[in-house]
Design a protein around this ligand. Structure first.
Ligand code: AMP
Length: 279
């Protein structure tokens, strides 16, 4: 695996690959890799001649300074995992490389309601930061295919919108959520859960499943209300638990004729967990 820390060196390597007609799959990450990330890489390996992974903890997408400061970093282990997974190129840019004019967030992308609902409402500015880093990374890497995880469902919609705004010819591939045996969606932040919180965390997915399974017999409102109340009793602070269309229009019953999705975000102590389930 080749490792690049400077985009100028990366450029030279990628130009060589592209001139020989090789296709490139790109998996952007913030590191502290787990099986969720590896699933994206596995799919990219299958569908492209080469896979490039980036690890960059993007300061502009954090709206909580403590979350940024405590974000898990395990470079050596990540590099080992990437080698074992057959990744071809690792891009490890520095903050100055991505943000030569300074890493202050700007409000420049028109994301419509994606920038005001659900995640955006609870993490103001978050998706502007995601778009800032993704614009830089996509322009530097210029992949044929981009691999994103469905765990960050709203982020998938935001990045699809960004690719449209920038008129980039990149195919987006969305990979299903990889879960722990307990059902908990894998996440780098799970490392920060205490043992006690780890015992409770799988309830988030269980509550989505409970709503899905009982949708024939009860109203959406009742199921959601009972779900939130059970989560709160177990120690979660629920930010949202909603039913929506796949374009994130909120719904209050299960009658929609299009595909629906349940989405939730909740905190266990200082750790914020998100999850979703298609219906
Ligand atoms: P992150 O390092 O958390 O920014 O995630 C990098 C990519 O991996 C994003 O596209 C995430 O949606 C994806 N990802 C993270 N966790 C999972 C998971 N449990 N299953 C599938 N994809 C995931």
């Amino acid at each position: 695996m080749k490792i690049f820390r400077h985009s100028s060196d990366l450029d030279a390597c990628l130009s060589l690959k592209k001139s020989s007609g090789k296709t490139l799959g790109f998996v952007p990450t913030m590191g502290a890799l787990h099986k969720g990330h590896l699933a994206l890489i596995e799919q990219a390996n299958k569908e492209n001649d080469a896979t490039i992974v980036s690890i960059f903890v993007n300061p502009t997408q954090f709206n909580n300074p403590e979350d940024l400061e405590k974000y898990p970093v395990q470079r050596e282990k990540d590099i080992e995992m990437l080698c074992l997974q057959g990744c071809d190129i690792l891009f490890l840019p520095r903050v100055q490389d991505i943000y030569p004019d300074g890493a202050s967030r700007q409000n420049i992308y028109n994301l419509g309601s994606l920038d005001t609902t659900l995640e955006a409402k609870h993490r103001p500015g978050h998706f502007q930061g995601v778009c800032m880093v993704m614009e830089q990374l996509l322009k530097k890497v210029s992949p044929d295919r981009l691999y994103l995880g469905r765990k960050d469902y709203q982020q998938c919609l935001v990045i699809s919108r960004l690719v449209e705004i920038l008129h980039l010819a990149i195919e987006i591939k969305i990979i299903p959520i990889v879960r722990e045996p307990s059902g908990l969606a894998m996440s780098s932040r799970n490392q920060r859960l205490t043992n006690e919180q780890r015992g409770v965390a799988p309830m988030l997915y269980a509550s989505l499943n409970h709503i899905k399974e009982h949708r024939e017999n009860s109203s959406c409102r009742e199921l959601v209300k009972a779900g939130i109340s059970r989560l709160c009793q177990s120690g979660f602070e629920v930010e949202y638990l909603v039913l929506a269309t796949e374009t994130l229009q909120l719904l209050d019953n299960f009658d929609a004729e299009e595909n629906m999705i349940l989405l939730t975000a909740a905190r266990l102590g200082v750790i914020r967990l998100i999850d979703n389930l298609s219906i």
